[in-house]
Design a protein around this ligand. Structure first.
Ligand SMILES: NC(=O)c1ccc[n+]([C@@H]2O[C@H](COP(=O)([O-])OP(=O)(O)OC[C@H]3O[C@@H](n4cnc5c(N)ncnc54)[C@H](OP(=O)(O)O)[C@@H]3O)[C@@H](O)[C@H]2O)c1
Length: 370
């Protein structure tokens, strides 16, 4: 198969850097365009990832190849989406004072650039700009790939491509782990408290070292609402060109902790039918078995740990190269009707962002939707 050409928009950010790592030696895709804001445009990529003080700001493992370092970053306003087959977006746009005065927001600016790309090409997005629109699915391969035909509805917008967002990085591990429980036993209610890594805040908004050192921040703006709404949409039914959100109650508390990568979540589930710890583990082990032939798919979507001291972000986030949700401490919860509880770790910038988006693109190629 001839490789498809791809662009990474927001290539210098934390998620963007993970796109570089996921795509450097990809067997199906070839990076031919790196795109960012005017802060980086015109610079060689290796220089664009330097920080204001000249030090290298690189958080995605091995530094990129010489070839990638030499690529010149394009300005997103000038980037022609027709120059590639697929566009990946990972932007965090801060409106300028002028834009703010005109009433423009991060959301409206992100929608504007993603719709310009989607007019021409499939656009796989890590942003939230389009996630809650009726003609837009939020897909996790192995969980709700059956929602993908909804993408065709976006042709009604006059687009030749589409926008295909992946979930918020905190939603991903939660939705992956709930899916087998939901399918097998039904779910009435979910309670979740997250302990989210610093990289989840990106380099633009960021978390100040002095704020997070020796500390836990008990609030992440907008996060809880996103996780609740997205989980219901992902677990929802798709029929007749529409998604009906799953009818389950879900309540979250999202916190930021002093961890570089890997979101940890403590999850409590009240199921409709009675379930046992062993049956939940068995159902979790089965998920994602149909993901075959996709280069970025994990060998196991859920890895179950029996050691009560696991999962830990430091030692579990890179399971299956950061693409597996690692679950441990699965046990009965006696305070809830049909209660089950567990702890999970999911890599926020790999499965929860870049490599997760690459996996979605691979599945859309395999299904002939790209
Ligand atoms: N970090 C995570 O764990 C994670 C997980 C899932 C989803 N996401 C989502 O992914 C997106 C990126 O997050 P991040 O953490 O990587 O943010 P980040 O580290 O702050 O990076 C932001 C990126 O956006 C670029 N950018 C800013 N304005 C732009 C514009 N007008 N046009 C094109 N590019 C522009 C920046 O380029 P310059 O460097 O040139 O300014 C930079 O490459 C966000 O929407 C975030 O919600 C992040």
């Amino acid at each position: 198969m001839e490789k498809k050409t791809v662009a990474v928009v927001g290539a210098t950010g934390l998620a963007g850097q993970q796109f570089i790592a996921a795509l450097e030696e990809h067997p199906w895709f070839q990076m031919t365009a790196l795109v960012s804001s005017k802060r980086s445009a015109g610079k060689k990529y290796g220089d664009a990832v330097k920080q204001a003080n000249g030090s290298v700001g690189w958080w995605a493992g091995e530094f990129p190849s010489d070839k990638t370092q030499q690529m010149v970053v394009q300005l997103s306003d000038d980037f022609d989406p027709e120059s590639v087959d697929i566009v990946f977006t990972a932007t965090e746009i801060a409106p300028s004072p002028d834009q703010q005065a005109r009433g423009e927001t991060k959301q409206s600016l992100t929608q504007a650039i993603e719709s310009r790309f989607a007019t021409a090409r499939p656009t796989i997005s890590t942003t939230s700009a389009f996630r809650y629109e009726d003609d837009v699915p939020i897909i996790i391969p192995g969980v709700n790939s059956n929602h993908a035909p909804l993408l065709k509805k976006q042709a009604d917008r006059g687009w030749k491509g589409f926008v295909m967002p992946i979930p918020n990085c905190t939603t991903t591990g939660l939705a992956v782990s709930l899916k087998p429980i939901y399918d097998k036993f039904g779910i009435d209610m979910v309670l979740m408290t997250s302990m989210q890594a610093m990289s989840g805040a990106g380099r633009t908004g960021g978390v100040l070292g002095l704020d997070i050192l020796d500390n836990v921040i008990p609030f992440i703006a907008g996060e809880e609402e996103k996780v609740q709404k997205e989980t219901q949409k992902i677990l929802g039914d798709y029929a007749d060109g529409a998604i009906t959100p799953a009818d389950l109650k879900i309540s979250c508390t999202c916190t930021r902790v002093n961890v570089q990568d890997g979101h940890t979540e403590a999850v409590f589930v009240s199921t409709k039918d009675r379930c046992t710890v062993d049956a939940v583990k068995e159902a979790m082990r089965e998920i994602g078995r149909e993901l075959t032939g996709l280069p970025s798919a994990p060998g196991e979507m859920i890895v179950i740990r029996e050691d009560p001291f696991r999962p830990q972000p430091k030692i579990d986030r890179n399971a299956h190269d950061g693409m597996a949700t690692v679950v441990g401490r699965v046990r009965e919860d006696t305070a809830l009707p049909n209660g089950i509880k567990y702890v999970l770790v999911s890599h926020n910038t790999k499965m929860g962002a870049a490599k997760g988006a690459v996996l979605v693109a691979e599945q859309l190629v395999q299904e002939g939707l790209i």
